[in-house]
Design a protein around this ligand. Structure first.
Ligand SMILES: [Zn+2]
Length: 244
């Protein structure tokens, strides 16, 4: 009598075990989870773009300051040379020519720098536009993420509740099972999805091999734990399934 009870428990235990496997698969493969990953990846990409653009802004600001300082320096020198002319201290045309030549060179340099600055400002403007775009996408992405996360949490709540319930049932049956039987079950489960197989029409429900009538008889008589000679699964006959 004892042995039959044990196998019945083990049979129930396996049913719950399979349900748990299924729920774990459901958790891993659920659409909400995939959507959530997609959303996280999108946000991450936008954040990376944001960091890169900000780095670029820093670089451009640095260049802007450099050019600005150069312009200040040249302007100052230019003023100094102009003052020399206005001071009335120029004695010869040669001196005047030299200063005027310098002034021309500086003016050209100044124009170049100003052109650089204008180009730079254009670049900075385009970076700022990109930054605005990324910020917008980030805001939108975060909203989308929140929405998906809510859906995901809802799905997971249901799955987890079901999981906890089945786990509790499984644990309570586990308490009733002999340790050695459980060990055997787990060892077989390492190789087969089903560790305990029901006998159906004198065949092993695991490998479908026709069983010797003595084996079937032994299972029916509850003569200990009987394994299938072919696949090694524990054989089981449900109480209401008289072998047909
Ligand atoms: Zn078998």
């Amino acid at each position: 009598m004892e042995q039959k009870g044990q196998l019945d428990y083990l049979w129930q235990y396996q049913i719950l075990d399979l349900k748990i496997d299924e729920l774990e698969k459901k958790k891993k493969n659920c659409a909400a989870r995939k959507e959530l990953y997609k959303s996280i990846k999108y946000l991450k990409n936008q954040q990376e773009s944001l960091i890169k653009l900000n780095e670029n802004v820093d670089k451009k600001n640095h260049i802007y300051n450099r050019i600005y300082n150069e312009i200040q320096k040249i302007s100052k020198k230019l003023k100094e040379e102009e003052e020399k002319i206005n001071s009335g201290n120029i004695k010869t045309f040669k001196q005047l020519d030299q200063i005027e030549k310098k002034l021309l060179e500086m003016q050209e340099e100044l124009n170049e720098k100003r052109k650089e600055l204008t180009d730079l400002l254009e670049e900075m403007d385009s970076i700022n536009k990109k930054l605005q775009g990324v910020s917008q996408r980030l805001r939108k992405g975060k909203k989308e993420y929140d929405k998906i996360k809510k859906e995901y949490d809802l799905v997971m709540k249901d799955v987890n509740e079901e999981y906890d319930e089945i786990k509790a049932q499984k644990d309570s049956i586990k308490e009733k099972l002999d340790n050695s039987l459980l060990k055997k079950y787990n060892a077989i489960k390492g190789n087969h999805k089903l560790a305990i197989a029901e006998i159906q029409q004198d065949r092993c429900g695991g490998c479908n091999m026709v069983l010797a009538s003595l084996v079937v008889q032994n299972v029916r008589d509850k003569a200990g734990i009987i394994e299938c000679e072919n696949c090694g699964r524990i054989l089981y006959l449900g109480s209401d399934t008289s072998a047909s």
